[in-house]
Design a protein around this ligand. Sequence first.
Ligand code: CFM
Length: 536
Amino acid sequence: MAKYEIDPLRWKQEVLKKYPSKIGKKREKSIIVHEGPEVAQQIMANVRTIPGIITQRGCTYAGCKGVVLGPTRDIVNLVHGPIGCSFYAWLTRRNQTRPPTPEDPNYMTYCFSTDMQDSNIVFGGEIKLKQACREAYELFKPKAIGIFSTCPVGLIGDDVHAVAREMKEELGINVFGFSCEGYKGVSQSAGHHIANNALMKHVIGLNDKYPAGKFRINMLGEYNIGGDAFELERILEKCGITLNASFSGNSTMEQFERAHTADLNVVMCHRSINYVAEMMEKKYGIPWFKVNFIGAESSAKSLRKIAEYFGDSELKSRVEQVIAEEMLLVKETIDEIYPRTDGKMAMLFVGGSRAHHYQELFSELGMKTLSAGYEFGHRDDYEGRRVLPTIQVDADSRNIEELSIERDEAKYKERITEEGKKALGGFGFNDYEGMMVDMAKGTLIIDDLSHYEMEKLIEIYHPDVFCAGIKEKYCVQKMGIPLKQLHSYDYGGPYAGFLGAINFYKDIDMIVNTSIWKLIKAPWESEPVIEAEYAA
Ligand code: CFM
C-alpha cells in the first residue's frame, strides 16, 4: 500500500473491528481522526487501561520517584519496597546532573531501597524503613530524605508519613514521604500530582535566600534528559535571565526551598507540574505561563515571551541578540538537511508533553506528523485547559489528594496585576492550548496507544520514523521502521534549545536517510500470510 493513501477514518474502523465490541466502543473514544485545528473534538484520556491491551504506560511510583524527584541530586530518594521496583528505576533514565564541585553531593548514581522481604510484608516494614533512614543518614549526611511507597506498602498499610515525621525529628533533617504506590492512579500521571503535593507541603518556601539577579525565573517541567537543562541554562545565562529553581532537571533541594522567591514560573511539561505552578501562584503570587524550548523557533518564541513579561528594554534587546546569534548555526544546519528530510513522515507516542513539543522540531525539518498521542496525558493536554471545568472527576482521580492552598501572607508578593496580565494580550497566563490545535486535519490522535494499534499504524502508513520508548523500540525496528526514543534520546541529545535543535536535525537526518531500513523486510512483505479460522 502506498504511503498516505489510506483514509484515517477507514484505518480507525478496521482497527476497532478487530476488538471485542465492548473494548472497541471504549477505544473508539480515544482514537480521534482530527477534523482540523478549528474543530473542537473530545478525546477520552486519563482513564484505566484495558487489561491485556499492551499499554505503553508506567505506574504511579514511576511518575513520582523517577520523573519528578529523580533528577534532583542531593535528596536521598529511598524506595520502600521490594528490590525489583528499584532495579527498574536505577539509572534507567538519562537525566543528568552537574554538581558545582566533586565534593558536592550527588546521589543520583546510587540506588536506595529497603529491599522488603516476605517477613516485612507479613509483619510490617516500618522498622526496616527507619533503619534504612538511619543508615542513609550515617553514610551520606544528606540534607533530605524522600521516602517513596511501592505497591505492597499501601497493601500492608505501612505509614511512611509517620516514619518520616519520626525520622525528621530524630535525624534533624527534612524527611518526607510519598504515598505513590504504583496502583494509586491509572498511570504515571497520578505520581506527578502526588510528587507536586509533597514538594508543596514539605519543601517549597522553606528558605528565603536566593541568588542575585534582575530577572529570576523558575523552570518547571524540565527534567534534563540527555543534558537538555544544561543547554537551557547556557541560553538563559547568555540572555541575563537567572534560573532560581528548576523542577527538576539539574536541581537541588536548595532550589526547591527557595522556589517561592522567583518573579515568574515558566512551564515546559504541563502534564507533570501544572499543579505546582497553580499552587505557587495562589500561595506566593508567582504567575505562570507555558513555554516550549523544543524547537529553535519555539525556543526563540519562549525567550521573547519571558523578556516581554519583564518588559525591560535592555533584556529584550539582549534576547534578540542571542536569538540572532544562535539562529545563524541553526539556519545553516537546516538549509543543508532540509532537502533530505522535507516531506518525510513521523509518528510520536510519548508520555505527556513530548508528543506535542517534538512536532515543532519535525516541522522545522519539513516533516509531517501523521499520528501522535500521549501515554497518560489528560484531556487538557490534548484539548487545552479550557476544557478543565468539563472534565468529570472519576474515582481514580479522586483518590489523589487536592491540597487546599491559602495565600501565605508573609511571603506572598504580587508580581503582576490582573490588568498587567491583560495588557500583555495573548500571552496565555495560566493556559495551555494542548496538542490538538497544532495538528493538521486528517491526522490520527490516539490516547494510550495499544500495541495492536501501533502495529497497524506502521503496517499501513510506513512512517519514516516512529518516536516512542524502549518498550516499543525493537518491535518497531523489526518491522523495518526506525524508532527514535524520546524518553531517553537513545544516548543522543541534548535536543532542547538551539544547539539541541541542531543535534536533533542531524540525528533525524541520519535516521530517516540511512539505507539499512530498506534492507529489512517485514515478514508479511516477503512471506505468504496464512490465515485460518476455527471450523466449529
Ligand atoms: Fe513530562 Fe517528562 Fe513527558 Fe513526563 Fe515521562 Fe519523561 Fe515522557 Mo518518559 S515529565 S510527560 S512522565 S516531558 S519520563 S521527562 S519522557 S514519559 S513525554
